[in-house]
Design a protein around this ligand. Structure first.
Ligand code: OOG
Ligand code: MG
Length: 251
């Protein structure tokens, strides 16, 4: 199997499959990012538009659940946007997680980007919910597997309230995750690498190593603040933020 075939096969996957590393034993992180980039190329060839990036595995809750202690980066396209009021389409084994979402005002290029310089390039911050859906059985994967699978990306929804990041202390911004009327988990922005701006800086610095930058208007999902909740058997999941409003997904 080569990079192009791996990307095409992951893009086509509509039910649980074995991890890529089961058949590609020496798959490394760099090759996995090449597969992710090739999958983006194939998505664009079928008409999707790049709208930004997401970070994954930036909180301890997520790292512990997945057994991986390093963050990852993945691509977001317009086909992954779930507009308000649209129910989550059928997926393999979807899970939802609350995230803080930046909208870039200016281009942000690494290396050497700090949390402070990163925040200065942001136009506004929103609350959001990401719906992940690993193509791998039981979400069992290595870091290269998850990178090749574009960070388990499926859909995401951005809440209606956006404010300049300077108007809030994002490390203290709280999210309550509600499933069918029960609060099942809570976290603040500090769960994300100490401050979500650290995740933004990381994204700029990791992209710089590949000759890329965060572009004006891009969305940046900074990573699940809490553990993700399975959507099977649920009918409604909501995230309530302390200053960034609420959003609800019908599941
Ligand atoms: C990998 C994707 C992680 C996040 O926010 O941590 C992610 C996974 O958990 O399947 O999107
Ligand atoms: Mg996520």
């Amino acid at each position: 199997m080569n990079v192009r075939e791996a990307a095409a096969s992951l893009l086509e996957t509509a039910s649980e499959r074995e991890p890529l590393s089961a058949e590609w034993a020496d798959l490394d992180v760099d090759t996995a990012y090449a597969i992710q980039d090739e999958a983006l190329r194939q998505r664009r060839a079928r008409g999707e538009t790049l709208v930004g990036v997401k970070l994954g595995l930036t909180s301890r809750a997520k790292q512990q659940r997945m057994g991986i202690d390093a963050p990852l980066l993945a691509w977001l396209t317009d086909a992954m946007v779930l507009p308000a009021g649209v129910p989550v389409p059928p997926l393999i084994h979807p899970r939802a997680e609350p995230e803080l979402v930046f909208v870039m005002g200016r281009r942000l290029a690494g290396p050497g980007v700090t949390a402070a310089t990163a925040l200065a390039a942001v136009d506004r911050v929103h609350g959001g919910i990401e719906v992940i859906d690993s193509r791998y059985a039981d979400y069992r994967f290595t870091l290269p597997d998850a990178v090749a699978d574009n960070g388990s990306s499926a859909y995401f929804s951005v809440g209606p309230v956006g404010v300049p990041p300077s108007s809030l202390d994002l490390s203290l911004e709280a999210a309550l995750l509600e499933v069918d009327g029960q609060i099942v988990d809570t976290a603040t922005g500090a769960a994300v690498l100490g401050h979500p701006a650290e995740a933004l800086a990381l994204a700029a610095n990791v992209l710089a190593a590949r000759g890329l930058a965060l572009e004006p208007g891009w969305l940046v999902l900074t990573g699940g603040m809490t553990d993700a909740v399975p959507l099977r058997g649920t009918s409604r999941v909501a995230a309530h933020f302390s200053h960034l409003g609420s959003l609800t997904l019908a599941t």
